[in-house]
Design a protein around this ligand. Structure first.
Ligand code: HEM
Length: 405
């Protein structure tokens, strides 16, 4: 990698899909600077697939060349992800040991038990929306897409009611919904401190939830899961488990309300709601760019030479609109496409653990919303909605709609 002529990815100025078209055009692996960090960007579907499964690319931070790592600006979103000590940044045996206990929590049985709760929480939110004047714009990101995944993950993890208000206040700010992004690092620390306190308290009050399961497991297998690992896992689940799903639900509502004919396909039953969810994941991936994997030795991918220690950024939103994978109309949102091959939940050993949960939540939410409000329409043109001020997430800061009578 050379220091000059890098494509700059800057959350303050970027036009995600426009930038992504240029990145794909520039090559399968493109030198970029992301939040000031030099990296290779994997821009096309086939290359991203190779990157996500390459045996010589690792998520372990120790493989990042130390001089580049030391130059990483602290406190950025990339910094937070790459220094996370959970399974996300573990490989091999350690990764398997950390991931195995979570499989049951996110498996089909637990999810089927959760479904009625998700439906009830959704119905509550819809009831509250139905009380609003039908001709007044309502922000569905804030009042629908956001609270649902947060409630669900809180229940799944086992956040006691007494802490929910404070936790909600902090997550609101961290997720840049109702809080100033400038405050985020401090608020984020406060959020993690509160989560630590909650986990600590839950030691002595077992319930039907993930914190209890993980403590029990720790007892049973003689502490193979260290206490730090247990805390990092729960924190990852709490944060990964709702911000991305908020983006998915928001983006799906935006696409269905703005792209002509698509909502009719859903309403007439010609396309199932799962098609809307999968097409949103492809066309408007909830994650834009995701850090990082490091070359553990010199390697070549698609004709590009990577030196040992160099980092690679996964461009999920760019891969979702790759014409080589989806044809010349890759940029069109179309529910009638054949079943999607998108990579928006990742691929290989780090494939998203929460994918079935996110899909279930989005399907329940969209079904209930469009059934409850047959006249719903967008209250502002899609191009006027401000994007999130982050490289990682891809969504708009609001989703104003008119719910109608
Ligand atoms: C991993 C996307 C929702 C938990 C990932 C990865 C992606 C992703 C792309 C792989 C990262 C990589 O390989 O570099 C998404 C999207 C979501 C979503 C788009 C919503 C639409 C969730 C939910 C949870 C969750 C609801 C949990 C409650 C995780 C965990 C990992 C992960 C624990 C790490 C797995 C590992 O490293 O083995 N997610 N995710 N995600 N996701 Fe999700």
């Amino acid at each position: 990698m050379t220091e000059d002529s890098r494509f700059v990815l800057d959350p303050a100025t970027h036009d995600l899909h426009g930038d992504n078209a240029k990145l794909r055009e520039a090559g399968p692996l493109v030198p970029v600077t992301a939040e000031g960090v030099p990296a290779w960007a994997a821009t096309r579907h086939a290359t991203l697939l190779t990157v996500l499964t390459h045996p010589s690319l690792s998520r372990e931070l120790r493989h990042w060349s130390p001089d580049a790592r030391d130059r990483m600006p602290p406190g950025t979103a990339i910094d937070r992800i790459v220094t996370d000590t959970s399974l996300l940044n573990a490989e091999g045996e350690v990764h398997r040991r950390l991931r195995a206990p979570l499989a049951a929590a996110f498996g089909a049985r637990r999810l089927e038990r959760l479904r009625p709760r998700i439906e009830a929480l959704t119905a509550n939110l819809i009831d509250r929306l139905a009380e609003r004047p039908p001709d007044e714009p309502v922000d569905l990101r804030l009042e629908f897409a956001y609270p649902l995944p947060r409630e669900v993950i809180s229940e799944l993890i086992g956040i006691p009611a007494a802490h929910q208000d404070e936790l909600h206040r902090l997550t609101d700010a961290v997720a840049q919904v109702g809080g100033s992004p400038d405050d985020t690092p401090d608020l984020r620390k406060a959020l993690l401190d509160l989560l630590d306190q909650i986990i600590d308290e839950r030691r002595d009050t077992p319930g039907e939830d993930l914190i209890t399961d993980l403590f029990a497991l720790r007892e049973q297998d003689g502490g193979r899961l260290s206490e730090d690992e247990l805390f990092a896992t729960i924190e990852l689940l709490f944060i990964a488990g709702h911000v991305t799903t908020v983006n998915l639900i928001t983006n799906a509502i935006g696409a269905l309300l703005n792209v002509p004919g698509q909502l009719d396909l859903l309403r007439s039953g010609q396309c199932p709601v799962s098609a809307a969810v999968e097409e949103t994941l492809r066309w408007d991936s909830p994650i834009a760019y995701f850090p990082m994997r490091y070359a553990v030795r010199d390697i070549e991918i698609d004709g590009v030479h990577l030196h040992a220690g160099e980092p690679v950024l996964a461009c999920f939103a760019a891969a979702g609109r790759d014409p080589d994978q989806y044809g010349d109309d890759a940029g069109r949102f179309d529910l009638t496409r054949p079943p999607s091959t998108h990579l928006s939940f990742g691929h290989g050993p780090h494939f998203c653990l929460g994918a079935p949960l996110a899909r279930l939540e989005a399907e329940v939410a969209l079904t209930a919303l469009f059934e409850a409000f047959p006249q719903i329409k967008a209250a502002a043109p899609a191009e006027e909605l401000a994007p999130l001020d982050t490289l990682l997430g891809n969504s708009t800061r609001s989703m104003p709609v008119l719910l109608g009578p």
